[in-house]
Write a protein that binds this ligand. Structure first.
Ligand code: G16
Length: 554
């Protein structure tokens, strides 16, 4: 293949290219502005710790609108910056967990992931770009801050005059010293799952329980091809066990966020068709939701139960659980399992990137977040498909002692042993940023007034109130202002924070948690209503924002 020439293209900085909780997420129309995407990708390449020259990068995304154009831009910029090799998923497709796995397996320098996760796609919706490090995990703040600094001063980018590259064919092409390898996006991930789980056990479970109905909703995100291979081809489930399996640029005009609100098609079918095990994953395949007829596995409980049933998963059985972790707003259900098993548990800020250091240091095998994210140290991203196979493994394992076991039996047995951490999150999306700031200001005044500690509000006595700050135990880096917490003496909590993943206005997240040792069969919303009322009173959220109801309750 002929080589290419590199042009230095003049550009001007754009405001607002600051990566949020997980990369830069904006409306597609913003990314389509002249040089907008090029600026951010150039800044990302320039911020690679040892520089872009000679690097090997994994590139891929969730198939959303603008992916194809973005990949071609990345190819030209990577070649222009002397990157040595790009490993790209066929047609630009890679789930976020598969990309993390590939970065690790290929010992790549890092990866550029093209996704806005669970946010809707299409010309009027969202796109996103994020950088992952050589450990396969999202870049830490030191790197994302550097990217941002570069975007504020950028005056040119280095671009190769390569034509559009055909990404539909698997294989390697060379362009001078620059190599592009197009790979099957699913193969390596399937190998990894077969190393982690006991597929024979799962197959024999499905043979013993032919009546056990599974339904997996890919929500037209990236996981369709992964699920077809794993559930249908490998585990032998009927094709009717998967739905919305074709990745679409606009996710079929849906909102690919696996929760009870947005995955309503799945929720309806599970109830109507008496499905034993329903599951969904998001646009880029890192989030998951697990339900059954009349059963919902709260994500905070999900990670706690996986920890409790670690023996059901050969990967954990072999090496043991080295440590557990959760994000600060996630309920303390996992802490109770950790205590019983005598394992350390870490509380980190929201953002998967915070788990990576703990995992790299061998201090954490399993972690989870209330935001439908669960994962382990097999990669450095949360992993939706992994979580779903982990739950199938729990059911198969529990069925050895209770052949007819269902999700509610497993949950109730757990609550009977550990008590129940009732948990719910209220999201107020696209709130006017100034109104959101007023809510936060009021709460900040509350936590700064130390006389509030010890005050009682009904049955709740304030034990502590602060803005969560985290010192990374491995590298000592400090992350401040990670969420306002009001903690009560019975362990109940009210937490407020602003989302770092929205693309328009501000999203206020209100999280509440209440622990009950014995009373574990109440409906969650009933159980937590008094705390919600108190949270709204303390924050004056309705008064400041005019929002009488949250956009989404999970
Ligand atoms: C990302 C992060 C998660 C975080 C979630 C929500 O997930 O990786 O750690 O919990 O965003 O963050 P926020 O509350 O700031 O909106 P994803 O699935 O969107 O990549």
């Amino acid at each position: 293949m002929p080589s290419f020439t590199v042009k230095e293209v003049p550009t001007k900085p754009y405001d607002g290219q600051k990566p949020g909780t997980s990369g830069l997420r904006k409306r597609v129309k913003i990314f389509q502005q002249d040089n907008y995407t090029e600026n951010f990708v150039q800044a990302t390449l320039s911020a690679i710790p040892d520089g872009p020259a000679g690097a090997t990068l994994v590139v891929g995304g969730d198939g959303r609108f603008f992916l194809k154009e973005a990949v071609q831009k990345i190819i030209r910029l990577a070649a222009g910056n002397k990157v040595s090799k790009l490993v790209i998923g066929q047609n630009g497709i890679l789930s976020t967990p598969a990309a993390s796995n590939l970065i690790r397996k290929r010992k790549a320098t890092g990866g550029i992931l093209l996704t806005a996760s669970h946010n809707p796609g299409g010309p009027d919706n969202d796109f996103g770009i994020k950088y992952n490090m050589s450990n396969g995990g999202p870049a830490p703040e030191s790197v994302t801050d550097k990217i941002y600094q570069i975007t504020t001063k950028i005056s040119s980018y280095q671009q190769a005059d390569l034509p559009d590259i055909d990404l539909s064919k698997i294989g390697t092409t060379k362009h001078g010293d620059f190599t592009i390898e197009v790979i099957d996006p699913v193969d390596d991930y399937v190998i990894l799952m077969k190393e982690i789980f006991d597929f024979d056990l799962l197959r024999s479970f499905f043979k013993k329980r032919p009546d056990f109905k599974v339904l997996f909703d890919s929500m037209h995100g990236v996981t369709g091809p992964y699920n077809e291979r794993l559930l249908v081809t490998e585990l032998g489930l009927p094709k009717s066990s998967v739905m919305n399996s074709i990745p679409l640029p606009d996710f079929g005009d849906g909102h690919p966020d696996p929760n009870l609100t947005y995955a309503h098609d799945l929720v309806d079918r599970v109830e109507k068709e008496n499905i034993d095990f329903g599951a969904a994953s998001d646009g880029d395949g890192d989030r998951n939701m697990i339900i059954g007829k009349g059963a919902f596995v709260n994500p905070s409980d999900s990670v706690a139960l996986i920890a409790a049933y670690a023996d059901a998963i050969p990967y954990f059985k072999k090496s043991g659980l080295k440590g557990l972790a959760r994000s600060m707003p996630t309920s303390g259900a996992i802490d109770r399992v950790a205590k019983k098993k005598g394992i350390q548990v870490f509380e980190v800020p929201t953002g998967w990137k915070f788990f990576g250091n703990l995992m790299d240091a061998g201090k954490c095998s399993l972690c989870g977040e209330e935001s439908f994210g669960t994962g382990s140290d097999h990669i450095r991203e949360k992993d939706g498909v992994w979580a779903i196979i982990a739950w199938l493994s729990i059911v198969a394992y529990a069925s050895e002692t209770n052949p007819k076991v269902g999700l509610n039996d497993i949950l109730n047995k757990h609550y009977a042993e550990y008590g129940r951490n009732y948990f719910s999150r209220y999201d107020y999306e696209e709130v006017d940023s100034e109104h959101a700031a007023k809510v936060i200001d009021r709460l900040t005044a509350f936590i700064n007034d130390k006389s509030n500690v010890g005050k009682s509000f009904g049955r709740y006595e304030v034990a502590a109130a602060d803005n969560f700050e985290y010192t990374d135990p491995i590298d000592g880096s400090v992350s401040k202002n990670q969420g306002i917490r009001i903690i009560f003496s019975d362990g109940s909590r009210i937490i407020f924070r602003l989302s770092g993943t929205g693309s328009q206005g501000a999203t206020i997240r209100l999280y509440v948690e209440k622990y009950e040792q014995k009373n574990y069969t109440v409906d969650t919303q009933t159980a937590i209503q008094d705390l919600i009322k108190l949270a709204l009173e303390l924050s004056q959220l309705v008064e400041f924002t005019g929002r009488k109801k949250p956009t989404v309750i999970t």
